[in-house]
Design a protein around this ligand. Structure first.
Ligand code: NAD
Length: 350
C-alpha cells in the first residue's frame, strides 16, 4: 500500500498520561505547581484579552461532561472534562480530562494532552495563587476536608506557594484520609489525620473543602467558621452541588474566577444573582481590594475556569519543547494539494 507519511506540519505533539507523569517527575511536583502558578497568574493579569464564556455543560443524572474553551487571540485552547461523583464506587475517577491548544492563525492544533493529572495540578496552583493573595499573612496550617484525588495536590501547592507547614486531614471515608496521609509522608508537611471536620479546622488559617457529592451538601456549617480564615472551596462546582451553609457566604468576602460561570456553578448559586463578588484578576491587577482586615472571612468560590487550563496547556507546550515527552500524532489529514482530500484517500487504497 502506498500511504504517504504525514508531513511535519500535520503532526500534532501528543502528551500521554505516561509522558505527563514523566514531565512532572522531571520538573518536580512542587516546582511544577510553582511554574503553573506563574503561568496562571500571568494570564489572569491579561484577563481582558481573553474570549470568555461559561463552560458548555451537558448534565445527566450521574454527572456532567463539559467543554471549556478560551483564546487570547493568538492561541486557542479547550478542555474536555467530566465530573461523576459516583464513579469512584465503580473504580473510576470522579474527574478525567484531556485538552488541546491550536494556532488561531491557521486553526491547526499544536498540542493534544492528557489533563486529568494536569487539572489536579492547575486547580491546586490556582487555589494557592488565590490563597497567597487573600489568606491571613503567615498562614501555616490548612484544614483539608475531602481527601480524594485532588487533596495531595492541594496540600503541596499550599506548601510550595503559600508556605503552609501543617495539613489537617478529614474525610468521611477514613481510607481516603489514610491514603492522603501516606502519600504526603516525606513531603515536609506535618500531617495530622482528624476524626471530624471541626477537629481538622483547629488552628487552621486556610480551610480547603474538596468533597464530591452531587447535592447541596453542608460540609461547613456557620458556627464552625471563625473570623479571619480563608476558605478555599473547591468541591461545589456544578448546578445543585455546593459545600457551604449559605450563612457563611453572607459573612464572607467572596472572590471568584468568572462571575458568569460561578453564579451558575459555585457556592454563590445559593445567593441572589446580584450578591456582590470580587473577581480575582482584579485583585491581582490592583483594580479591586483583596482581604480588608484580619477579621474578614475570605472565600475563594472555586469552580475552575478555562483560562487556568489554557495557562496549563501553555506551560506543557513550553516545557516539552526539545524533549521526547510526546508522540507526534497523525491527527490532521494533510493532502499535498489541500483541495485533493479525496485523491489522498484514493491513493491510500493502494
Ligand atoms: P474524589 O471523589 O476523588 O474525592 C472526594 C472525597 O470527598 C472522597 O474521598 C469522599 O469520601 C469525600 N467526601 C464526600 N463527602 C464528604 C463529607 N461530607 N465530608 C468529608 N469528606 C467527604 O474527588 P476529587 O477529584 O478529589 O474532587 C473533589 C471535588 O472537587 C469534586 O466535586 C470535583 O468536581 C471538584 N473539583 C473542582 C475543581 C475546581 O477547579 N474547582 C477541579 C477539580 C475537581
Amino acid at each position: 500500500m502506498n500511504i504517504p507519511k504525514p508531513s511535519d506540519k500535520a503532526l500534532v505533539p501528543f502528551v500521554s498520561v505516561d509522558h505527563m507523569m514523566k514531565l512532572i517527575h522531571h520538573e518536580g511536583v512542587e516546582q511544577m505547581l510553582a511554574g503553573l502558578a506563574e503561568y496562571i497568574e500571568a494570564d489572569f493579569r491579561r484577563w481582558e484579552l481573553f474570549d470568555k464564556t461559561p463552560r458548555v455543560a451537558s448534565h445527566s443524572e450521574k454527572g456532567v461532561i463539559e467543554l471549556m474553551p478560551t483564546s487570547d487571540g493568538d492561541v486557542y485552547g479547550f478542555k474536555y472534562v467530566n465530573g461523576h461523583p459516583s464513579n469512584t464506587a465503580d473504580g473510576l475517577q470522579t474527574v478525567t480530562a484531556f485538552g488541546l491548544l491550536a494556532d488561531v492563525a491557521t486553526g491547526y492544533p499544536v498540542l493534544l494532552t492528557e489533563m486529568t493529572i494536569l487539572t489536579a495540578l492547575r486547580t491546586a496552583a490556582t487555589s494557592a495563587v488565590v490563597a497567597r493573595l487573600l489568606a491571613p499573612r503567615g498562614s501555616k496550617v490548612m484544614a483539608m476536608i475531602g481527601n480524594g484525588a485532588q487533596s495531595e495536590f492541594q496540600s503541596l501547592a499550599m506548601k510550595a506557594i503559600v508556605g503552609i507547614e501543617e495539613v489537617r486531614l478529614y474525610d468521611i471515608d477514613k481510607a481516603a484520609t489514610r491514603k492522603c496521609a501516606a502519600n504526603l509522608e516525606g513531603s515536609g508537611l506535618r500531617v495530622v489525620s482528624c476524626d471530624s471536620a471541626e477537629d481538622a479546622m483547629l488552628g487552621a488559617q486556610i480551610i480547603t473543602t474538596c468533597t464530591a457529592d452531587k447535592q447541596y451538601a453542608t460540609i461547613l456549617t456557620d458556627n464552625m467558621v471563625g473570623s479571619g480564615v480563608h476558605i478555599n472551596a473547591i468541591g461545589g462546582d456544578c448546578p445543585g452541588k455546593t459545600e457551604l451553609a449559605p450563612a457563611i457566604l453572607h459573612r464572607a468576602g467572596i472572590f471568584v474566577e468568572y462571575p458568569e460561570q460561578t453564579r451558575i456553578e459555585g457556592e454563590i448559586q445559593q445567593l441572589e444573582a446580584d450578591h456582590p463578588v470580587t473577581e480575582i484578576w482584579q485583585v491581582l491587577t490592583g483594580q479591586a481590594e483583596g482581604r480588608r482586615n484580619d477579621e474578614q472571612i475570605t472565600l475563594f468560590d472555586s469552580v475552575g475556569f478555562a483560562i487556568e487550563d489554557f495557562s496549563a496547556l501553555r506551560y506543557v507546550r513550553d516545557r516539552i519543547k526539545g524533549t521526547e515527552l510526546f508522540h507526534p500524532l497523525d491527527l490532521l489529514a494533510d493532502p499535498d494539494d489541500p483541495r485533493d482530500l479525496f485523491g489522498m484517500l484514493q491513493r491510500a487504497k493502494g
